[in-house]
Design a protein around this ligand. Structure first.
Ligand code: OOG
Ligand code: NI
Length: 460
């Protein structure tokens, strides 16, 4: 018998997301300032554009907007990744997508843990961009072994968190008291600790190999390094950030500003300098671990749309001054993307983007079905009976992620590794496969069409 007193994974995720936001607000005061700015900009956007408000409301996006966050962590070992995957599983978060950051000189590969399914995303779309350190890319063998030895000694999860995961897996869920305890216990893993697990000299050696190696290896756990709210207008929010003294990056990562937002646009602001106590050292040092970020989400692209996006972006990134001068880059980007259609009907007709379909006019829908009109999606759209609603992009972009990593590693990182994608290694480490994000959008689109068709035929 299935116990009925279990809290749904969606509810556990919502509680966790909220607890994380509270913790981060205390740890990083600028985060509170950022949330306030984003709230203000979003409120102004919705007020000045009643159509946007109405459409977001109708499609269940308005209620999630205020709580929508993504964060990021960097893990040190396969065991940590495999256990983290089980923990996220209790919250209904699955690994989606594989991101190879080695091309960009960052020795990690990553996935995004997030809910899948329209209903789950509507309830709370909390995501964590999760990276695994690749010590195999560090050339100095002695250093590699030293890092390995330090990582093997640490346990990033509390005993109680591990017990509760095992309990949830065995029983099929958690009751409300257990769920709250689970959230509190898991939070411990994401907390920032000022005490390093190594002495200052070791930190410096690892830092010299790569700043990211020091960030992963020298601490008790994978501190959450940012928590990103979703804005409806990233350019307006960025301008407000600068006015409030938050030093935003000059360049907004991702596609240019458009009438109908594509994929994902992001910008981050400078990492905080934190005091750190090294082992056996009274003087103390500093480390930059956490930063701020905002994002604006747009329509999800099909494989063809994504190919076009990658191609246009590469054209601009290939220019010498890419990423340096904010305004030139923005101009080049805008020019390059003139080749990308900027209206939903064309994006749909050319198979460049994903949509889901809802009935706009119930009475007319029933009437068309009863009249014996044959099922013809396009005809129903033309008659304004059915609406094609752009699907929101729920994932990340590798080039953008690389830009975010780099700007927060101090920007001076010159090393780069040859492209060394190894999805299989990542999956072996995680002990499960990553889901293909494009397949998820495809499935959601097909399911929404199938559901409408079925309703249409039932009425008829
Ligand atoms: C993750 C950076 C990637 C994003 O939004 O693309 C990311 C990290 O710095 O650990 O969060
Ligand atoms: Ni991010």
């Amino acid at each position: 018998m299935i116990p009925t007193n279990f809290v749904s994974p969606d509810e556990i995720r919502a509680r966790f997301s909220q607890a994380m936001s509270q913790m981060y607000r205390q740890e990083v005061p600028q985060y509170g300032t950022l949330l306030k700015l984003v709230d203000e900009v979003n409120a102004a956007c919705l007020q000045s554009d009643p159509n946007l408000r109405q459409s977001m409301e109708r499609h269940g996006e308005l209620s999630r907007l205020d709580v929508e966050r993504h964060g990021a962590i960097r893990l040190g070992t396969p065991q940590e990744l495999a256990t983290m995957r089980r923990i996220f599983g209790v919250m209904g978060m699955q690994p989606v997508g594989y991101y190879d950051l080695s091309v960009a000189g960052v020795p990690v590969h990553s996935t995004a843990f997030r809910p899948i399914g329209d209903e789950q995303l509507r309830k709370n779309p909390f995501r964590i961009f999760t990276s695994l350190l690749r010590l195999d890319l560090i050339p100095d063998q002695a250093l590699r072994q030293e890092a390995q030895a330090i990582l093997t000694k640490r346990t990033i999860f509390t005993q109680r968190a591990l017990a509760l995961v095992a309990h949830a897996e065995a029983e099929g869920g958690l009751d409300t008291v257990e769920a709250d305890e689970f959230v509190q216990q898991v939070l411990e893993t994401f907390r920032w600790h000022h005490e390093a697990t190594v002495d200052a000299a070791t930190y410096q050696r690892l830092q010299d190999a790569h700043r990211l190696v020091a960030d992963v290896v020298c601490f008790k756990g994978p501190h959450i390094n940012h928590l990103t709210p979703r804005t409806l207008d990233i350019d307006a929010t960025q301008a407000e950030m600068l006015r409030s003294g938050l030093s935003a990056k000059a360049v907004v990562e991702g596609p240019p500003r458009r009438k109908h937002a594509l994929l994902l646009r992001q910008t981050s602001f400078k990492a905080l300098e934190e005091g750190v106590n090294f082992l056996g050292d009274q003087t103390g040092g500093t480390h930059t671990a956490r930063f701020g970020e905002i994002e604006q989400r747009g329509i999800a692209l099909t494989r063809a749309g994504r190919r076009l996006y990658d191609e246009l972006l590469a054209r601009v990134r290939g220019m010498d001054d890419a990423g340096n001068s904010g305004s030139d880059y923005a101009d080049h980007l805008r020019a390059a993307f003139e080749d990308f259609p900027d209206d939903p009907a064309t994006l749909r007709a050319q198979g460049l983007a994903f949509f889901h379909y809802t009935v706009r006019d119930e009475a007319a829908f029933a009437q068309a079905a009863r009249r014996g009109q044959t099922w013809d999606l396009q005809a129903l759209i033309n008659q304004s009976i059915v609406e094609a609603v752009p699907s929101t992009y729920e994932d990340f972009l590798p080039v953008s992620a690389a830009g975010i990593f780099q700007s927060n590693l101090g920007g001076a990182e010159q090393k780069s590794y040859a492209a060394q994608a190894s999805k299989t290694d990542f999956e072996v480490a995680m002990q499960c496969q990553v889901l293909d994000e494009i397949e998820l959008y495809e499935e959601a689109q097909s399911a929404s069409i199938a559901a409408l068709k079925q309703r249409f035929q039932q009425v008829a």
